[in-house]
Each structure stands twice: as C-alpha cells, then as structure tokens.
Design a protein around this ligand. Structure first.
Ligand SMILES: O=C(O)c1ccccc1N[C@@H]1O[C@H](COP(=O)(O)O)[C@@H](O)[C@H]1O
Length: 210
C-alpha cells in the first residue's frame, strides 16, 4: 500500500495484521514512487512489511530505517546466505517467498528453514510478484517444513471456503497475503472489499478454534 488516506482507512478497519510496502522499482506499487514523506509511514501503527526483489542489503537497511519497517519480505532469488545476512544486518524477522510453478520441487529449500521466520507461497512468473495469478494449491498442501507460512498469489474475495480448507489442510499456514485482487488501482486498496473478506475469514477461523 502507498497512499496515505487509504492506509489510514486500512488501519481504522482493525482487521489486518500487517501491511505490505513494495520496494521493487519496476512495480506499479513501488512505494517511494508515491513521493510521500517517509515520516508518514514511520508513524503508522500497523506493522509494516517491506517487500524486496534481489535488493542489496544496504538498500534494505536504508529502507528499513527510513520507513520504519517491522519485517522484510524477500520476493526474488535470494540465497539462504543472503537471507541470513539481511536478517542479521536489519535485525528484523524475514519472510522468504517461494514462487511456485507447475514443476515444483520442495527439495533443496531446506537450507532456508534455519534462516527465515516465515515462508510465503506465491505464484511463479516473470514479474516476481503482484501477478494476480493463483498457483496450484494442491502443491501448497504438500508443504513439508515446520516453519509457519503465509499463502499468497492472486487471492480474491470469493475464495473464502477454499482458503478455510487450506487452513484445515495445512497446520503450518498462519496467514493470507492479499494484494492486487483487493485494489482500486495499484497501491490503493479497496477497503470495503477487504472489510467484508477479512471479517468473513476471521469469523470462520474463530468458530473453528472454539
Ligand atoms: O505487488 C507487486 O507489485 C509486487 C512486485 C514484486 C514482488 C512482489 C509484489 N507483490 C507481492 O506479490 C504477492 C502476490 O500478490 P498478488 O495477490 O498476486 O497480486 C504479495 O505478497 C504481494 O505483496
């Protein structure tokens, strides 16, 4: 998210846990491109996740301090060693994105598990993220790690039942990351849609946990 009034509206909903901020220059959601004083973002009470694609650790540290980030999401081709370095240098929890395509193999990803706080499962594609496309969630159901994960990739408002089924099937799934399917335009969220969707998901999960 990027636009101040819209962000304040999201905070006021009190229905989302974290807010994503894109720091990938080619993205239409590139946050510094909105030219808002970073102080505005630093003062937001919602925890802020900075999303980076193959960025240098110095740039990530700069953005973390300037914008008051609370978590780092690495959405590119970062190695386990680079993940470790980002975590160490920023002192922040790190989410590593696994971009899932059709010929997916979980093997070889074990080395990330010791370095990350969460994985995030997204859809593979040439533009790294924000594609609005869903991957095959049957692959997600075979998630083999203990580390908690978030589900992402073209999630939309009419998928509540399927998302609840994912929660039931995957004990390690701890959250849903919504993005382009909940926007009025890139970087500006549709708050009514988020309110309805997030309320439904929360109510259903509470019932399940009773
Ligand atoms: O949103 C972007 O423009 C973006 C660009 C580069 C990397 C990640 C990006 N967004 C993240 O992509 C996922 C899925 O988004 P969508 O639902 O498919 O639109 C999500 O984590 C966004 O934060």
């Amino acid at each position: 998210m990027a636009e101040p009034t819209n962000i304040q509206g999201l905070v006021d909903l009190q229905l989302v846990d974290w807010m994503g901020m894109i720091f990938y220059p080619p993205s239409r959601r590139y946050l510094p491109g909105f030219q808002v004083d970073p102080e505005f973002y630093r003062d937001i009470v919602l925890p802020k996740v900075g999303v980076f694609v193959n960025a240098g650790v110095e740039d990530i540290c700069w953005a973390a301090t300037t914008y008051g980030l609370d978590r780092i999401q690495l959405h590119g081709d970062e190695s386990p060693e680079q993940v470790r370095e980002v975590k160490q240098q920023t002192g922040l929890p790190v989410i590593k994105v696994l971009r899932i395509g059709e010929d997916w193999d979980w093997k070889g990803l074990e080395a990330y598990e010791a370095q990350v706080d969460h994985f995030l499962l997204d859809t593979d594609g040439p533009s790294y993220g924000g594609t609005g496309h869903r991957f095959n969630w049957e692959i997600g159901k075979q998630y083999p790690f203990h580390k908690p994960f978030l589900l992402s990739g073209g999630i939309q408002a009419d998928q509540v039942e399927e998302l609840l089924d994912m929660y039931r099937s995957c004990p390690q799934m701890v959250g849903i990351d919504i993005n382009s399917k909940f926007e009025q335009q890139p970087g500006v969220k549709n708050l009514d849609l988020i309110r309805i969707f997030a309320s439904q998901i929360r109510q259903q999960l509470e019932k399940t946990n009773e």
